[in-house]
Design a protein around this ligand. Structure first.
Ligand SMILES: Cc1ncc(C[n+]2csc(CCOP(=O)(O)OP(=O)(O)O)c2C)c(N)n1
Length: 663
């Protein structure tokens, strides 16, 4: 009798389940083997092999309930097949065809499907760990006793996202199983060049998290452990870190080979193949015969061939530019809620606060998250008193984990909730940049999943706060398709636009200028109302020149206009930068012929450059002078008052305006 490297404990598992674990591993293996053939024939693009790691995907998926979310990686085919996704859909996905999951817009396993409660990775690996936190948080808040399982390779655990996601899950007791497949190599990097500790499971200790090392090639150890933990976690929510020891038997992807892997290591793990060892165990136990096995293989082969045929017969994807553009955002059916007649004088900061409070009252599924926003009320006191009214479940203090919190917001959205994230200062969004521009922005286009997330961005200079508390970084986001960018200049606009931002199911970056928070007040409609995106407001009509601006720039322009009453200046406050109200811009330019585009942001690559280019392309024959951009100096923002004044576009505005009028 063959000696197995594994101890298989089947005491509490039915024969049906034992067989189904086998069949699912076999199916995964056979599909992969077929894919390697197709790859060589040029019929599919890249392939990341999970051969030798099937026990983990299959064991975890079998141990969970069908409506529990799993967030797999590039080597987890077994998750998709065990969940019962029809194979032709997977094959179409890999060929970029319409019956796949991304309309040909993303490749391999980079897709999600709420129908199957699977959320695939983005290439950046780490962000999905935080997304799992959000899905799990939504389950908790909705009173659902569900586990969420998320995968990462051991290489991915070096990313900051891993640490942030574990920390958030631990602090919030989120029911997440962090499943780390330690397969020896991250691309070509061996584990000793990836991390210093012996087991990745040790990292759980630092987060106050239970963790286990599991023999990942022993499907029953995987299944038994995950099943036991899942039962516990559903009743007593908490995260658990599981390190599955396994090995990557093929190259990182097929083209890259395995030359750097010592032969002895390959041979050692060949002996531990999860499928053959399990087969021998089942036959030794007389649960499976060679004949059964042969029958399964014939059935699976027929299923693969049948489904491949369907996918090959399907035509290549049919598309056009408007289809592509229309899928960047989820359709938002804006319904106007008119301004009430009751007015109340509010500072900018109070208008934001009241707007946010009213949105919390209207949307039970809205959660706000940010540093120090709970009892402390946020550094600008926007959320003061919110905990008393809405409770700590919905008004959540976060650790300093911008990236994981943005990802968590994404996960909340996948699980049917809404999120507002307060960046303590807009400058710190750089620490959460990746999930915003790569996850939130691209998910609807990729697989039709919206990101119902608003990121509040207290921004801007003029407050003597230096390079890291003064930036106005809207151009980082207006550049990125899939994000809406709002930048109000007045309290009433801030209140109405924030309401719309929260109603809108798409990701919105909502800029709030800190210098306006307590310096600008006006009469604001007291009750809930909204303002449509993409509608600039023409604050002044004039005939000599049009100033196009937003945010603090609007107030600088108003000051200059007041100081020069002899000038006839038209003033446009853009209010939203994406979508941009080009109609209003072009109308004024065509009427007046001289344009100054003013932004607080540094000049190069700012939105004023794009507005200028659009004007030149669309209104050239109406122009009486070159389009003038006035912007911040192309330097970081300095701290000392006189230096900062010199940096700010405000200091140059009047002169540039008068020069333009003289042209
Ligand atoms: C942020 C980021 N950096 C680098 C890469 C390139 N890359 C893709 S997969 C990979 C190795 C991942 O190793 P691991 O997490 O151990 O997973 P495995 O491929 O071994 O299953 C690398 C370096 C990436 N996709 N994303």
């Amino acid at each position: 009798m063959r000696i197995s490297p594994f101890v298989y404990d089947n005491r509490f598992i039915s024969n049906d389940t034992l067989i189904s674990l086998y069949k699912n591993m076999l199916k995964s293996r056979m599909i992969e083997e077929k894919m390697l053939v197709l790859l060589r024939q040029g019929k599919i693009s890249k392939w990341f092999s999970g051969i030798g790691q099937e026990a983990i995907s299959v064991g975890v998926t079998t141990a969970l309930e069908d409506d529990e979310y799993i967030l797999p990686m590039h080597r987890n085919l077994g998750v998709f097949t065990t969940r019962g996704i029809p194979l032709y859909r997977l094959f179409c996905q890999w060929q970029g065809k319409a019956s796949g999951f991304t309309k040909g817009r993303d490749r391999s396993f980079h897709f999600g499907s709420n129908e199957y409660n699977i959320v695939g990775m983005i290439s950046h690996l780490g962000p999905q760990l935080g997304v799992a936190d959000g899905i799990a948080l939504a389950n908790l808040l909705q009173g659902k006793k569900k586990v969420t399982a998320v995968f990462s390779g051991e290489g991915g655990t070096s990313e900051g996202d891993f640490h942030e996601a574990l920390n958030v899950a631990a602090v919030w007791n989120l029911p997440v199983l962090f499943c780390i497949e330690n397969n020896g190599y991250g691309l070509s990097t061996p584990v000793n060049e990836q991390f210093k500790c012996k087991d990745i499971a040790e990292k759980g200790v630092g987060y106050g998290m239970e963790s286990h090392v599991i023999e990942g090639n022993n499907v029953l150890e995987v299944y038994n452990t995950v099943r036991r933990l899942a039962i516990e976690i559903r009743e007593r929510p908490r995260p658990v870190l599981l390190e599955f020891k396994t090995f990557r038997m093929r190259g990182h992807e097929e083209a890259s080979g395995t030359k750097y892997v010592p032969d002895e290591l390959m041979a050692e793990w060949e002996e531990k193949d999860p499928l053959t060892n399990y087969f021998h165990f089942l036959s030794d136990e007389a649960i499976l015969t060679e004949e059964n096995d042969e029958t399964f293989r014939v059935e699976i082969k027929a299923e693969i061939d049948r489904n491949l045929q369907i996918s090959f017969t399907e035509n290549n994807i049919d598309s056009n530019v408007s289809n592509e553009l229309n899928d960047v955002f989820q359709t938002f059916d804006y319904k106007e809620i008119k301004k009430s007649v009751n007015l109340i004088k509010l500072r900018f900061v109070d208008a934001v606060s009241l707007g946010l409070r009213q949105s919390m009252e209207r949307n039970d599924n809205l959660v706000i998250m940010g540093q120090d926003i709970a009892e402390y009320g946020g550094v600008f006191k926007v959320t003061e008193g919110f905990v008393d009214q809405f409770g700590k479940e919905r008004v959540r203090n976060t650790p300093i984990c911008e990236s994981a919190i943005v990802s968590t917001a994404m996960g909340l959205s996948i699980n049917k909730m809404k999120a507002v994230v307060e960046m303590q200062f807009a400058d710190f969004v750089s620490s959460g940049f990746n999930p915003i521009v790569n996850y939130l922005a691209k998910t609807h286009y990729r697989w039709g999943q919206n990101a119902d997330v608003v990121i509040r961005m207290p921004c801007g200079g003029g407050v003597g706060a230096g390079p890291f508390h003064s930036q106005t970084n809207e151009a980082w986001f207006t550049k990125t398709p899939g994000l809406k960018v709002v930048y109000p200049a007045f309290p009433a606009d801030a209140k109405g636009l924030l309401a719309t931002a929260i109603e809108d199911p798409n990701p919105v970056l909502f800029f709030e200028h800190k210098a306006l928070y307590r310096s600008i007040s006006e009469e604001v409609p007291q009750e809930y109302f909204n303002i449509p995106f993409g509608k600039a407001s023409v604050l002044k009509n004039g005939t000599d020149v049009v100033i196009i601006t937003y945010g603090a720039g609007v107030h600088w322009a108003l000051d200059v206009i007041e100081d020069n009453p002899e000038l006839s200046v038209e003033l446009i406050d853009l209010r939203t930068l994406s979508p941009l109200d080009t109609e209003t811009i072009f109308k004024s330019v065509r009427k007046i012929g001289k344009v100054l585009v003013l932004q607080e942001d540094t000049m190069f690559g700012g939105i004023s450059s794009d507005i200028s280019a659009m004007i030149v392309e669309n209104c050239f024959e109406y122009l009486d002078a070159p389009v003038k951009r006035v912007a911040g100096l192309d330097t970081p923002i300095p701290f000392a008052k006189n230096l900062e004044e010199e940096f700010m576009a405000k200091s140059r505005l009047e002169k540039e305006l008068l020069d333009l009028l003289d042209y």
